[in-house]
Design a binder for this molecule. Structure first.
Ligand SMILES: [Zn+2]
Length: 338
């Protein structure tokens, strides 16, 4: 590298900037190392949590704007004996970790280190009927709750849209932290970072569903192929566990909101309506499609979307036509444009 600078006043975090000797050309690699020697309170967490959280996606590397053509591998190790690294991908606690990017997805897991002596974080490993759930948690009760929920979610998804590609393993970092301090709940197969209260099984279902629903350009509203399908999977799970009435209440709410929104596709993913479109209008449109097709054909359609690894709305419409008819495709296209 040519030089580096460190701006302690930068917001929201102090920022380290590294300049390389020359621009990296395509296919070329470089490596550099960073030693972090601060206290937890000097890292990304307030001290009481006893965490160090180094998130390569959003905090270290500029992948968000260049994720189409940027790959990286990070090796992390610790020299503080009180801390352990949490390898959420493998579901293990260790002194060393290697994180590899998986372009074009920017959903890789953060590098997390925890002072297990102080915050009591443990690894709870459960196996039942060939399925395995590993939960990292400070609380044994929560770990059991999360495990039970995850197993029920496995069973439901595996018997519906995931039946051709069932899930039998996941690891969950259960880290409930007040929303205003840190709101990241995320998923990167086969792991989930779950930051809400443990009884929020709907969110856990949403995140686990991303093991399948993880496609479509994340920088455009095509991301509805990821988020609207995950949100609708979550709602299907709620219907499965809590009944039709609760499900219908949610749909009604979504219908009210969807009415006021511009068309699902073509807008600015990061604009005023970006999130509402893919988390509210998209799932509402999917509920209309389910109504039109009936439950079984709708689930068959979801299975086919996974089988064909659909990554664009155009492809999705072709699959829909294959599974149903040209008329239904046309009707659905109208919903997308409305
Ligand atoms: Zn999601």
């Amino acid at each position: 590298m040519k030089s580096y600078s460190f701006d302690q006043e930068a917001k929201p975090f102090a920022t380290l900037t590294i300049d390389f000797e020359e621009a990296l050309s395509e296919g070329k690699e470089t490596s550099f190392s960073i030693a972090y020697s601060g206290k937890p309170s000097q890292g990304f967490w307030i001290e009481e949590y006893q965490w160090v959280d180094i998130d390569p996606d959003f905090m270290i590397l500029p992948v968000f704007s260049t994720l189409e053509d940027f790959e990286y591998k990070i090796k992390a190790s610790l020299d503080n004996a009180n801390y352990k690294l949490i390898d959420v991908q493998k579901g293990s606690l260790s002194r060393e970790i290697e994180v590899t990017s998986n372009t074009t997805s920017y959903y890789i897991n953060p590098i997390l280190a925890s002072n297990n002596q102080k915050n009591g974080l443990g690894l709870y490993d459960y196996s039942v009927d060939g399925k395995e759930v590993r939960v990292f948690s400070e609380y044994a009760d929560s770990a059991r709750y999360v495990r039970d929920a995850a197993l029920r979610i496995f069973d439901f998804f595996n018997s519906t849209f995931a039946r051709e590609e069932p899930v039998t393993f996941c690891s969950v970092l259960y880290r409930p932290i007040p929303y205003h301090e840190h709101k990241v709940t995320r998923s990167f197969k086969p792991s989930v970072v779950f930051a809400k209260q443990h009884e929020n099984t709907a969110t856990l279902a949403h995140e686990i569903s991303h093991f399948w629903w993880n496609r479509g350009d994340p920088l455009t509203t095509e991301k509805w192929l990821t988020e609207s399908f995950a949100q609708y999977s979550e709602m299907m799970f709620i219907r499965h566990e809590q009944g039709e009435e609760r499900f219908n209440m949610i749909i009604e709410k979504l219908a009210g909101r969807a009415e006021k929104l511009p068309p699902l596709l073509g807008g600015d993913r990061f604009g005023r309506y970006g999130d509402a479109l893919i988390y509210e209008k998209g799932p509402y449109i999917l509920s209309q499609l389910e109504n039109r097709l009936g439950y079984e054909i709708f689930v068959d359609f979801m299975v086919a979307v996974n089988r064909d690894q659909v990554a664009t709305t155009g492809h999705l419409l072709e699959v829909l036509e294959d599974q149903t008819s040209a008329d239904i495709r046309k009707e659905f296209e109208e919903l997308l444009k409305r």
